[in-house]
Design a protein around this ligand. Structure first.
Ligand code: HEC
Ligand code: HEC
Ligand code: HEC
Ligand code: HEC
Length: 134
């Protein structure tokens, strides 16, 4: 009886370790460390990847409204209180440059750089963002 108890508590410990491992693992999937839009994956990159520690970045920058970046628009107006979390930027911004639309490269640069310029904080030069994976 005592032996059985020992075995089952040992099993219990393994189950707990397993759950903790899974929790850490799934957490890590959301904590992206680079911007690598799938729209750029099929072509030869011109610049190294952009290092972007998503959660740490937003915390350090004090951005709590996700829709500042993951925005939604209607008829030329940015919608308040609605976001596009779960959609890549390329879901709406085209990867091929186009004279009329906000193409993907411009969309990224405008969003990332203009805030850094406005806030006078964060990188502005090519090599400061395109550092490759770190
Ligand atoms: C400073 C801009 C910015 C802010 C603020 C921001 N995100 Fe993101 N987020 C990005 C970028 C850039 C990507 C990666 C590009 C893409 O997926 O198209 C991304 C990707 C994601 C992903 C997909 C991760 C993956 O594994 O593909 C999730 C989920 C996400 N963000 C959630 C959030 C939530 C929730 C908030 C608010 C708490 C938030 N984001 C705030 C820029 C931002
Ligand atoms: C659900 C569709 C959608 C998604 C997803 C989306 N955008 Fe947009 N974005 C738009 C629309 C619509 C406009 C306004 C029309 C235009 O100028 O093309 C816009 C405008 C912009 C602009 C110019 C206006 C401004 O806010 O400065 C930038 C920059 C931009 N998007 C960057 C991004 C980035 C970076 C991401 C990913 C983090 C993203 N967008 C995700 C639809 C989207
Ligand atoms: C709404 C404003 C805002 C937007 C949008 C924004 N940033 Fe930033 N970013 C900041 C601020 C503020 C800092 C400085 C934070 C600090 O004091 O450490 C910063 C710092 C950084 C840094 C240096 C610190 C670090 O986390 O390594 C990098 C790299 C960076 N940003 C990349 C990006 C990229 C890539 C994007 C677009 C996907 C982006 N940022 C969009 C405000 C913004
Ligand atoms: C504030 C950060 C930031 C700065 C500064 C910046 N970029 Fe980017 N750039 C990005 C992000 C984010 C992407 C999207 C990366 C991805 O999804 O792989 C991107 C994508 C690109 C792409 C398309 C992907 C590729 O490698 O072919 C090119 C080309 C590019 N940038 C060139 C430049 C050049 C040239 C400069 C300097 C004039 C520059 N960037 C400055 C953030 C930045």
């Amino acid at each position: 009886m005592k032996q059985l108890y020992k075995i089952s508590s040992l099993l219990g410990i393994f189950v707990i370790i397993g759950v903790i491992f899974l929790a850490i693992h799934s957490e890590a999937q959301f904590n992206i460390t680079t911007v690598e839009d799938s729209a750029f994956a099929d072509r030869e990159r011109m610049k190294p990847e952009v290092s972007f520690y998503h959660d740490e970045h937003n915390e350090a920058a004090g951005i709590y409204d996700c829709s500042v970046c993951h925005h939604m628009w209607d008829d030329g107006e940015r919608l308040e209180g609605v976001d596009s979390i779960g959609m890549e930027c390329s879901a709406c911004h085209m990867a091929e440059p186009d004279q009329t639309e906000m193409d993907l490269i411009r969309a990224y640069h405008l969003q990332c750089r203009s805030c850094h310029m406005e806030e006078k904080a964060g990188p502005i030069l090519c090599g400061e963002c395109h550092t490759g994976r770190k």
